[in-house]
Design a protein around this ligand. Structure first.
Ligand SMILES: Cc1cc2nc3c(=O)[nH]c(=O)nc-3n(C[C@H](O)[C@H](O)[C@H](O)COP(=O)(O)O)c2cc1C
Length: 187
């Protein structure tokens, strides 16, 4: 895909009408363009350091992408395998997350995107990881918003974090932090 970056930056805007569901191919495209892993290397800090499409403090990449379609559980995007993985027992939380998000914007056929941070990855390298993690989440939202526009999709970040719906069903949820929601759909 060839892009006119200047034109893309000129035309990007938040689009809040989610009239058509995203098909698997287009969902794969936006995740590939904005979030995929390019390489990983073992690090002295414990977790691997990664090269993804977008930058991350210390290459620690603490942000996980979750998705909730109109029905069904949370799905986690695996940026190494470029695959979606169903998160067990998360159906009720995904539905509750969608209901909560629809108080901010009418979700219609939109796919809800959740950003979940694993602050321990950033903390393995930095003494004060808190603000780095939030900035990493902002970077991911920015990349998603631009790639959504490039693909002709509707995309809207939401002002709530997604707490508790993004993590409450997970046994190790205390090590995770919900750091943002967004909605995407075909236009
Ligand atoms: C962190 C963040 C939170 C946002 N929260 C909401 C929201 O809850 N509801 C909404 O309709 N738009 C939300 N937006 C979209 C902004 O309202 C929008 O980006 C702003 O009005 C500028 O318009 P533009 O994106 O079309 O340039 C959010 C944007 C960001 C970056």
């Amino acid at each position: 895909m060839a892009l006119d970056l200047v034109a893309l930056l000129e035309q990007r805007q938040t689009r809040r009408q989610f009239e058509k569901p995203l098909d698997d191919t287009t969902l794969g495209e936006i995740l590939w363009l904005a979030c995929r892993n390019r390489s990983a290397r073992p690090s002295v800090f414990g977790p691997d350091q990664e090269s993804r499409v977008h930058p991350s403090a210390g290459a620690m990449h603490p942000i996980h992408i979750l998705l909730a379609r109109e029905t069904g559980p949370w799905l986690r995007y695996d940026p190494l395998e470029h695959a979606l993985i169903e998160l067990p027992h998360s159906g009720a939380s995904a539905a509750a997350g969608r209901r909560a998000a629809s108080s901010l914007v009418e979700l219609e056929h939109g796919t809800l995107i959740g950003l979940v941070a694993e602050p321990g990855k950033t903390a393995a390298k930095y003494e004060h990881p808190e603000s780095l993690v939030w900035r990493d989440a902002g970077v991911v939202l920015g990349y998603l918003s631009l790639m959504a526009e490039a693909l002709g999709l509707a995309f809207c970040p939401l002002g709530t974090t997604g707490q508790p719906y993004l993590t409450e069903y997970l046994p190790g949820s205390s090590a995770l932090q919900a750091v943002g929601l967004a909605v995407v759909s075909a236009a």
